[in-house]
Design a protein around this ligand. Structure first.
Ligand code: C2E
Ligand code: CA
Ligand code: CA
Length: 797
């Protein structure tokens, strides 16, 4: 140890030692800089070669300047050939050490082995250089120290290289640099300590002078070291710029909607964000292959070719598929090998949207049931199938009976909810192959695909009615909803879907007309009836235009005096083709078609015109249909009829039926109040047949009550009817209403009615309806017989 310290302090020029140290430091820094570049991954072989060169030069310059710092009285020169050889051999071995370590850098033993080789290179450089010393004497070595120097170089070199190629961090690079420096210095100074120079008598061969060497070695080594360092710094800059650029490209790629995947033989090398999301990959994923993707079918495009995009089903690892658009391109990978880039766009969302749009085209938005179009398609294919196999099926049309009332009363939101609920309940009723669809509004169509017809259709209709048997509660409102169903069966009721639909519609119409909550199978007579109804309608229209409608009048008499107090106007129609049509046949048609409005107007005018010719105390009664109320300005029409004929309101009675009260109550109430304010009397016609109670009548302020003739007809034989009539009379009186009995045909009935204190009588007993021009004669006749025969004389028809 002492020998080493002596060697350093006594035998060396310290300023040159310092220079050697600086060169060694710079050289080692340069080495780790180039080593770092090699580890960064690009052009690694060049950087490792440069590293070997750098390390060789560093060790060599350190060695020579260290040698020159060696102070001795002996004149020393250097053999040029051996000096150069030491540089070459040393650099070669050191370089090989680095190459070996770098090439197998993932294995620690190999890194250490490479490092030992580096240490050996430095040692060989030193000891070959020592052999090039020229002085008059002999050179010998202390073998212990030589061995120690070799060990130190091997161990330190191994540690340095191990650190350098283990991780590419600044810390490990600096540590490696320090260790490398230590290796060079240790080897040199241990080697120098082992050296003995003994003067001899012979003349030494003269080599290159020392001062020349100092300058040359310093300059050359500095040049090499600086250029290595510079190259490393420039490269570092360039790399970080490239890294920045790469980062920018990555951001661009990550921002793309398309997934981008770079792969080599299906092994995924790189992905952008969209691709990772699509593949459900983490950024740091393990080796993953696009193994299940059958992309071979898609042609591989060369870079620069026009993009060829194809659609395929792509399979996830979990086995699920998704539709995608894919384009493949050949690319050159960083390592110069052929790779491939796949651009992929997930079409799942788009497909879902397309499916949604297609669904909307064929389904009802409110209920999501098939719409009319889809129903027709399905019905057509069912029909084709039935035709081919000689099978049967049924079409059902269903319509809610009081939907309009629900809508008006509770608003459209509740109406919509009701439709949805009905849709769901109908769907629950369906059996395999059956279809339920919404035709629009409150109308649903159903297809009973089973071939056991008409039994199954009837059973289905039963189930439909059962759905509505209990009341439906929506939005706090308790709704009583019923449905009418019409059924047409293939092939009996039509052999096209259009025919079947039309006939089911006719049947449904019939079912509605024949009382609600019922089912009707189509019958061919229905079409005949429909035709007849259509014919009646057109003839009626014509009759109204041509003035073929006339009025008859039937008198109402005071019960006790039997004097005529009023005439009821009754419509009469004799058609050229249809003959005499009773009002009970044509008035419902007029009501359904709206013709009742102009007809009613005609009746009002005509009745007022005729009444104007009668004595002032005789009133005229006109029947009004419910359809004449509503939006239509009935008050205005009545006023006009009265005024234009110069009669006052007190001469007019209006007869309405109870059904008016069932409809929109507030409106009817207001209209009736207005009419009453004109002095007009309001009579309740056909009392007892409907559903109204006497309290209703009071609220509406009726003046008159006409007991339906059904109660009157067998009054004398049916004590129950007599009881009812008695009760109605007494209650009517208590409500200050006149009570009229209509349909009085026998004097027995008249006697009972007068004993019950009925106010007025009407019926064939008094008179049948007569033509207008007969009224005057009738009145004259009646008054003469009244005066001639007294009050008790019967008024024969
Ligand atoms: P209604 O208002 O109850 O008219 C009385 C009906 O009973 C009339 O039949 C009349 O001829 C008949 N009748 C009168 N006395 C007797 C009798 O003693 N025995 C029997 N069996 N029947 C008797 P009509 O003229 O066939 O009218 C039938 C219905 O047509 C009327 O019943 C009324 O509801 C309606 N109607 C008639 N004319 C008009 C009109 O101008 N406008 C409206 N909206 N409805 C009308
Ligand atoms: Ca009447
Ligand atoms: Ca009546």
């Amino acid at each position: 140890m002492l020998r080493i310290v002596d060697c350093l302090t006594l035998e060396h020029d310290l300023s040159l030692v310092l220079l050697a140290g600086i060169i060694c430091l710079l050289g080692c820094l340069s080495c780790v800089a180039t080593g770092g570049r090699a580890m960064a991954g690009e052009r690694s072989s060049i950087w490792v070669t440069l590293l070997g060169l750098c390390a060789g030069c560093t060790a060599w310059s350190t060695h020579f300047i260290g040698m020159l710092a060696y102070q001795t009285s002996i004149p020393i020169t250097h053999d040029l050939a051996l000096t150069v050889l030491s540089l070459l051999v040393g650099t070669l071995v050191i370089g090989s050490g680095f190459l070996l370590a770098f090439w197998r850098r993932h294995s620690r033993p190999m890194r250490l082995s490479g490092g030992i080789l580096v240490g050996a290179g430095i040692a060989s450089l030193h000891y070959i250089g020592m052999q090039g010393l020229r002085f008059p004497g002999t050179l010998s070595h202390d073998s212990d120290l030589v061995i120690a120097s070799l060990f130190a170089a091997g161990i330190l070199g191994a540690l340095a290289v191990d650190k350098l190629f283990h991780r590419n961090t600044v810390r490990s690079r600096l540590l490696a640099g320090g260790l490398l420096m230590l290796t060079i210095l240790c080897l040199h100074f241990l080697g120098m300590s082992a050296t003995r120079l003994e003067l001899g008598l012979f003349e030494a061969r003269v080599g290159v002078s020392r001062s020349f060497l100092i300058v040359t070695v310093t300059l050359v080594s500095l040049l090499i070291l600086m250029s290595g360092m510079l190259a490393a710094i420039v490269d570092q800059r360039l790399s970080s710029q490239l890294a920045l650029q790469a980062e920018r490209f990555r951001m661009l790629a990550d921002g793309a909607f398309e997934g981008l995947i770079v792969h080599q033989d299906l092994l995924i090398l790189d992905t952008n964000l969209a691709a990772r999301n699509l593949l459900r990959l983490d950024e740091e994923h393990d080796e993953r292959y696009l193994s299940d993707w059958s992309i071979e079918a898609i042609p591989l495009q060369q870079l620069g070719d026009e993009a060829l995009i194809q659609e395929i089903q792509v399979r996830h690892d979990n086995g699920s598929d998704f539709p995608a658009k894919i384009c493949r391109r050949a690319i050159m990978l960083q390592n110069g090998e052929q790779g491939e880039m796949i651009a992929i766009r997930d079409l799942t969302q788009r497909r879902e949207n397309e499916a949604r749009i297609a669904h909307l085209a064929l389904h009802d938005v409110l209920t999501d049931l098939p719409n009319r179009r889809l129903f027709n398609e399905l019905a057509n294919s069912t029909l084709e199938h039935a035709r081919k196999h000689g099978k049967s099926f049924a079409l059902l049309l269903m319509d809610l009976d009081n939907f309009k009332a629900v809508n008006d009363m509770y608003g459209h939101a509740v109406g919509d909810e009701l439709i949805q609920l009905v849709g769901r309940r109908l769907t629950d009723l369906m059996q395999e192959g059956d279809v339920v669809a919404r035709q629009g509004g409150d109308e649903f169509s159903l297809l009973s695909a089973s071939t056991r017809q008409p039994e199954d259709a009837a059973a289905l209709a039963e189930r439909i009615h059962a759905v509505f048997a209990s009341s439906i509660v929506l939005d706090g409102a308790q709704l009583q909803v019923e449905a009418s169903v019409g059924i047409a069966v293939y092939p009996d009721d039509g052999d096209t879907v259009a025919d079947l639909m039309r006939n089911a519609d006719t049947a449904m119409y019939e079912s509605k007309a024949g009382g609600k909550a019922t089912t009707r199978f189509f019958e061919s007579r229905m079409n005949l009836q429909l035709d007849a109804r259509r014919k009646l309608e057109s003839r009626l229209r014509l009759a109204l235009e041509l003035g073929a409608l006339t009025l008859n009048y039937q008198p109402l008499v005071d019960c006790s005096s039997r004097s005529t107090v009023c005439f009821e106007a009754l419509l009469r129609w004799t058609d050229d083709e249809l003959g005499v049509v009773p009002p009970l046949d044509f008035i419902p048609v007029a009501e359904q078609t709206g013709l009742i409005v102009p007809i009613g107007e005609f009746v009002l005018r005509q009745a007022c015109r005729d009444a104007a010719n009668w004595p002032a105390h005789i009133r005229v009664a006109v029947n009004l249909s419910v359809a004449q109320f509503g939006n239509y300005n009935i008050v205005g029409i009545v006023k006009e009829a009265l005024e234009s004929n110069g009669i006052c309101g007190s001469r007019l009675e209006l007869e309405i039926t109870e059904s008016l009260l069932m409809d929109d109550k507030s409106d009817a109430l207001a209209t009736l109040a207005e009419l009453k304010s004109l002095g007009i009397r309001i009579a309740m016609d056909d009392f007892g047949t409907g559903y109204s109670s006497l309290s209703y009548l009071q609220r509406f302020g009726f003046n008159k009550l006409k007991i339906d003739r059904a109660f009157v007809s067998d009054l004398e034989n049916n004590p129950q009817n007599a009881g009812i009539v008695e009760a109605v009379v007494s209650m009517g009186k208590s409500l200050h209403m006149h009570v009229v009995a209509e349909g009085v045909e026998t004097s027995a009935q008249a006697d009972i009615l007068s004993s019950l204190d009925c106010d007025e009588l009407q019926g064939y007993l008094i008179s049948r309806p007569m033509q207008a021009d007969e009224v005057q004669a009738y009145l004259d006749d009646a008054s003469s017989s009244n005066t001639g025969e007294g009050d008790s004389a019967s008024l024969a028809a």
